[in-house]
Design a protein around this ligand. Structure first.
Ligand code: C2E
Ligand code: MG
Ligand code: MG
Length: 772
């Protein structure tokens, strides 16, 4: 009963009314049945039974329908309740999703946000939803976006795209309540809402992602150690700088800078110190250039600079000088001072036009020139340099090819003892037998390979070739010492000693002391200790001889003589060549020979072209000679024949046999120098080949010799006066000839040669009558 009451109580109102009406009808029908029953008992009419059944049936029908409807209604009610419950649950879920999301969710209606979640409020730094929703959307962004467009303009465009496509995703800069700008990714989705369309907005904070991207971007474009732009960014800046230079019509300087001797810093002090030095170098360069200019680290100790708005080449140079000056200041790292310099090369756009690779190559080439010129300097690129380098590179390739094609040959120039007439050795001199250009002398190609690995390769070939030839001669019974020229770099290379050792090992017939190494005196500069060590090992371990070549041309000959234990000193040919013209060269050779004697070294003169050269050298005490006066260098095949046909210079042998006094030697010297001078003047006047006739007059050193003899008091004074007079006459006649010659009166000059001859004879007569 209570359940029924409960049920009725919970019935909805119109269900209750319906039930009430149905019950009323049923009750009415029951009353009718009761009434019919009473009447039937009294009247006993059969019809009353009908009156009894009809209401009963209709009561039943009403009851049945009411029950049925009520049940249906109840079911529907239940279903409704269920669905509304589901709806509620779903709404709760979506609300939770909306509220709990880490992304900011918002609803935008026109230009007003109508709803937002908690993340939005938190992200933008507001206190409450109410406060946030009162803010106009335009106040949530900075005036301009990262791409430079105004926020207003860009926002309108983004919204328009979203409406057109249904949704749109893009990046945006937002502004927090405290003014801080941060990046978000925005997703706009159009959602129909009743008759209108709202925009569902999602903001995702991408600050971390942007930072990560920024880091990657940094690594891709910057050098992590020095924080300077790297090659990739430099290339990009280069394009911009060229475009700018084109617009502004100013010069753009492209500079390549390389630190000098940075490797020893790394090797001796460690990489940490090296790194700190590089950082400091980067900083110093940056402070010298403008903010708009670029300095980039190209790798290692190489830097490239882009210097814009340069008004002139001197202005560019000035800037470079400043940078060099700054870099040369000491670096204090971990309390220790370090010094380093730089070499740089510069080229200027638009004088030098081309793509980045070309201009960088040009700046690099110029830098290389600066290195070659002695480091710690700059060099400006020039087209001539470029062409020169291109040719040089082509030649280097050609030389390398020539080594492989065996196009090199050693020529041999005899060395003789003038006193005995004996040929005791030969100097091996390299030649390039070019298939098209013919015979190329060494000085036309050796300087090109100077400082390259090819130089060592060619040097190695020379060693082997000379040793092989020594062995061949040994087998033929030809006893000769062979000297080979060794470049400074080759002798200092790690492979030199082994190369020489191996060559001698492979040819045991060769006596090592028959091999002589000629080292250029000038090339030992700066490396004297290293070279001295190698020279000692070559002499003491291998047993080969060493000669100091071109002696007298170096800067500190005395030091070299003292520190290098060379067996032989080879007087440079330039002194020998001018021996008859210049008393100074005579004095130099005199000095070299005395020095060699003091240090117990043998001495040989090269460039002996005439018998007179030989005689004077003999007077000075040098017995060994090499030069065209004996023989020019010749192919190896010519040597045996030459040796067979060789006739020693009899004048040299006779001179040595005569045993002259000091005065006699000086008279010979005077006679030879005067004869040399006389022949030169006569030859010029006759052939008119040399326009510098005056040179011979100016270089008549006869007078100087007479002065020296007067000082030394080795001749009779009266005789010297006579000699002076004869010299002055000869000189005056020569002066007149030159005067005529220079006035174009060639015939008169030639006619005057007789008088010149007489004066010369007169002079010789005086010389013959010398008195001590
Ligand atoms: P060098 O070693 O001083 O050789 C002497 C040079 O003077 C040779 O020139 C020779 O031909 C030349 N000469 C000899 N006598 C006379 C003379 O009476 N008058 C004149 N005017 N010149 C004379 P070359 O063969 O042209 O060699 C030049 C230089 O090239 C050599 O000077 C040497 O320094 C270098 N050289 C030659 N061959 C080699 C080599 O195989 N290796 C290396 N590293 N250098 C070499
Ligand atoms: Mg030599
Ligand atoms: Mg020489």
């Amino acid at each position: 009963m209570s359940k029924i009451l409960e049920y009725i109580k919970n019935l909805p109102f119109w269900h209750f009314i319906m039930l009430f009406v149905a019950l009323a009808v049923i009750l009415t029908e029951i009353l009718t049945i009761v009434q019919s029953f009473i009447l039937y008992r009294e009247l006993r009419s059969e019809l009353l039974i009908l009156g009894f059944f009809t209401p009963a049936i209709s009561a039943f029908v009403v009851f049945f329908i009411t029950a049925l409807v009520l049940r249906q209604l109840k079911d529907k009610e239940k279903r409704l309740e269920l669905s509304s419950q589901k709806l509620l649950e779903s709404e709760q879920k979506y609300r939770a999703l909306f509220e709990k999301s880490a992304d900011a969710f918002l609803l935008l209606d026109g230009d007003k946000f109508v709803d937002c979640n908690f993340a939005t409020i938190k992200m933008l730094g507001y206190q409450s939803r109410k406060e946030f929703l009162n803010v106009h959307p335009s106040q949530l962004s900075p005036p301009k976006q990262a791409d430079g467009r105004t926020s207003f303009e860009k926002a309108n465009e983004m919204i328009a795209i979203a409406y057109e496509q249904g949704n749109h995703r893009f990046e945006w800069d937002h502004k927090r309540k405290n003014g801080e700008i941060f990046p978000v990714e925005v997703l706009l989705t159009v959602i129909p809402f009743g008759k209108k369309e709202l925009l569902h907005v999602v903001w995702r904070d991408i600050t971390d992602r942007k930072k990560q991207e920024g880091r990657l971007e940094y690594i891709a474009h910057y050098d992590v150690l020095t924080r300077l732009p790297n090659r990739a960014l430099f290339a990009d800046r280069f394009k911009q700088a060229i475009a700018h230079a084109k617009r502004s019509q100013d010069l753009l300087a492209i500079c390549f800078l390389d630190l000098d001797d940075f490797k020893p810093v790394n090797d001796n002090y460690g990489h940490d110190v090296g790194d700190q030095l590089l950082i400091e170098v980067a900083g110093r360069i940056k402070t010298e250039i403008r903010e708009e200019d670029t300095v980039s680290r190209q790798g290692g100790d190489e830097f490239a600079l882009l210097l814009g708005e340069i008004t002139s080449i001197p202005a560019g140079e000035q800037l470079l000088k400043r940078i060099h000056h700054s870099l040369a200041r000491p670096y204090i790292i971990d309390g220790y001072p370090h010094k380093i310099s730089a070499s740089s090369g510069m080229t200027f756009y638009p004088f030098d036009e081309g793509d980045i690779d070309t201009l960088m190559r040009h700046a690099d080439q110029a830098m290389y020139q600066a290195k070659l010129a002695g480091k710690n300097r700059y060099h400006l690129f020039s087209v001539e340099d470029d062409q020169h380098l291109i040719n040089q590179q082509a030649l280097l390739n050609e030389i390398e090819q020539a080594v492989m094609n065996k196009e090199f040959q050693l020529y041999y120039q005899p060395k003789v003892n003038m006193k005995t007439g004996k040929v005791f050795g030969v100097e091996a001199l390299i030649r390039w037998l070019h298939p098209e250009k013919g015979l190329i002398p060494p000085l036309d190609f050796l300087p090109l390979i100077d400082g390259t690995d090819l130089e060592i390769k060619v040097g190695g070939w020379v060693i082997n070739e000379a040793v092989v030839q020594l062995e061949k001669w040994k087998n033929q019974g030809i006893e000769l010492e062979v000297s080979i020229n060794i470049s400074s770099r080759h002798i200092q290379s790690s492979t030199f000693f082994d190369q020489l050792n191996d060559a001698l090992d492979c040819h045991p017939l060769v006596n090592p002391c028959d091999l002589q190494l000629e080292i250029l005196e000038s090339s030992t500069l700066g490396d004297i200790n290293i070279i001295s060590g190698i020279v000692n090992s070559c002499q003491n371990v291998l047993g080969v001889n060493v000669a100091l070549d071109d002696f007298g041309t170096g800067y500190s000959s005395l030091t070299h003589m003292r520190n290098l234990s060379a067996n032989v000193i080879k007087i440079d040919q330039t002194f020998v060549r001018d021996l008859l013209d210049d008393p100074n060269d005579y004095s130099i050779i005199d000095g070299i020979i005395s020095l060699a004697g003091a240090f117990n070294r043998e001495v040989i003169a090269e460039g002996v072209e005439t018998t007179a050269h030989g005689i004077i050298l003999l007077i000075l005490g040098c017995n060994e000679a090499q030069g065209y006066g004996i023989s020019p260098p010749m192919a190896v095949t010519d040597i045996p024949k030459w040796l067979v046909n060789y006739i020693p210079n009899q004048e040299w042998i006779d001179f040595c046999d005569e045993e002259c006094t000091e005065q006699e030697e000086k008279i010979i010297l005077l006679r030879l120098t005067t004869e040399h001078w006389f022949k030169n003047v006569t030859n010029v006047i006759l052939t008119m080949e040399d326009s510098s006739l005056g040179k011979y007059l100016i270089q008549c050193h006869l007078g100087e010799w007479i002065d020296r003899f007067k000082r030394d008091e080795i001749f009779d004074e009266l005789w010297l006066e006579k000699l002076q007079k004869a010299h002055d006459d000869l000189y005056r006649v020569a002066g007149n000839l030159v005067q005529k010659y220079q006035n174009g009166d060639i015939d008169a000059a030639r006619n005057g040669l007789d008088e010149f001859n007489i004066s010369y004879e007169q002079m010789n007569k005086v010389l013959e009558q010398y008195q001590e």
